[in-house]
Design a protein around this ligand. Structure first.
Ligand code: SF4
Length: 393
């Protein structure tokens, strides 16, 4: 079993119009030293909810954590050590960084306090498109950041956002050329998602165009030695994001800070809990030392646990293991589920090899449909489960 800690840093230099994360422009909320104090309090108050663990991964996400100096981040780490947490050998410690917030000195400072992986919010290498989506950084800022990372020989990932307003396939090809030049160990690819009424929806490639773009990304990255190890993530051999793999392989994680989510196996099917999204609500929760409000804590029921297990396992290329299913949920339920999975194989949406099921390329295109057919309601399982479950898968 592995265990990871996510730490949310809500500050950004701009509020991007397409962003759905709990973030604020720096001037809208109290300064970082105050927020770091809240994080320290939260860690000290909630430690009793977290089983004493060695840490395999830490992820500083946001927001733009690279707006924080290394000394502030060290204060957070020191609070974890003070509470008895220790890093396992080879622990992955990632920070999200945004171009225009990074210098060689800052990278060195981060490395010095134990951060060993960087995730760059590059999005696109096209100044016209960066402007369109409301980003303040420009191509030169990104190239400078990538040069620093390449020269420092550190592990890093970059974000590629596509299907942007007025983006052509040639624009995308240029982005892929830049990626090809730097050859980052890891690339996360996201299709821009906005509501139909959003101004950013105007001029976006239609659905077929978006599929062509993903196809272009897939062919180019795979031809250059990357593997698509998760629906939206590619990496060079052995360079998967270990932290994100926790989420996709039913491992425990503790989320600290605004809007952070946690999953701890302290009840039959585990418990999810999460912090408020609004700064003021989070501040009140921590300052008043109140217990989690009811709505923010959810002991999972069997049908929810099974749904999560199927959805997360099918996101990754290694897929869903029949053996793991059987081990966690027993042979009868595993056998019933395998019938559903086999129906998806017949439809060409899943493939199967040895004891595993995984999405086919067609299945990835309509993954929402696949996941919908593997979403269980309480009554589904009441129907499936007999009084006396038994039998092989
Ligand atoms: S910089 Fe990133 S986290 Fe911040 S608002 Fe923009 S998209 Fe969201």
């Amino acid at each position: 079993m592995s265990f990871g800690i996510y730490i949310h840093i809500p500050y950004c230099i701009q509020r991007c119009p397409y962003c759905d994360f709990a973030t604020y422009e720096q001037s809208q909320i109290p300064p970082a030293d105050k927020y770091v104090k809240l994080l320290q309090k939260e860690i000290r108050q909630n430690i009793h909810n977290i089983p004493g663990q060695k840490i395999d991964t830490i992820f500083l996400g946001g927001g733009t954590p690279s707006l924080l100096e290394a000394s502030s981040i060290l204060t957070i780490f020191d609070t974890l050590w003070e509470q008895g947490f220790r890093l396992n050998d080879g622990c992955e410690v990632t920070i999200e960084i945004n171009p225009a917030t990074i210098s060689l000195k800052k990278i060195k400072d981060y490395l010095h306090i134990g951060i060993n992986r960087f995730s760059v919010g590059s999005q696109t290498f096209n100044d016209r498109l960066l402007k369109k989506i409301g980003r303040k950084h420009n191509l030169n800022d990104t190239l400078e950041t990538l040069d620093i990372l390449a020269a420092s020989q550190v592990q890093y990932s970059l974000d590629l956002l596509f299907a942007l307003p007025d983006q052509t396939i040639d624009d995308l090809k240029y982005d892929l050329d830049v990626i090809s030049n730097y050859r980052p160990p890891h690339v996360s690819c996201y299709c821009l998602t906005v509501s139909e009424s959003s101004p950013l929806n105007v001029g976006r490639p239609p659905e077929e165009g978006q599929i062509l773009m993903f196809d272009q990304i897939e062919r180019r990255l795979v031809s250059e030695g990357y593997s698509r190890y998760e629906i939206s993530n590619y990496c060079l051999p052995g360079k998967e994001s270990r932290h994100n793999m926790l989420y996709w392989t039913d491992q425990e994680y503790w989320g600290v800070g605004l809007s952070a989510h946690s999953y701890i196996k302290n009840s039959t099917w585990g418990t999810r809990f999460w912090n408020p999204r609004a700064y003021r609500d989070y501040e009140l929760l921590v300052e008043n030392k109140t217990a989690f409000p009811l709505g923010n804590r959810e002991p999972l029921q069997l049908h929810e646990s099974l749904t999560d297990f199927c959805h997360t396992a099918l996101r990754i290329s290694r897929g869903l293991s029949r053996f793991a299913l059987q081990k966690k949920y027993g042979s009868f339920l595993a056998s019933e589920l395998c019938s559903r999975l086999n129906r998806l194989v017949d439809l060409g949406l899943l493939d199967t090899h040895e004891d595993r099921y995984f999405l086919t390329s067609r299945g990835r295109l309509v993954s929402n449909q696949v996941f919908a057919s593997l979403t269980f309601l309480k009554q589904d399982l009441a129907y499936i489960l007999p009084d006396n479950p038994s039998g092989p898968c």
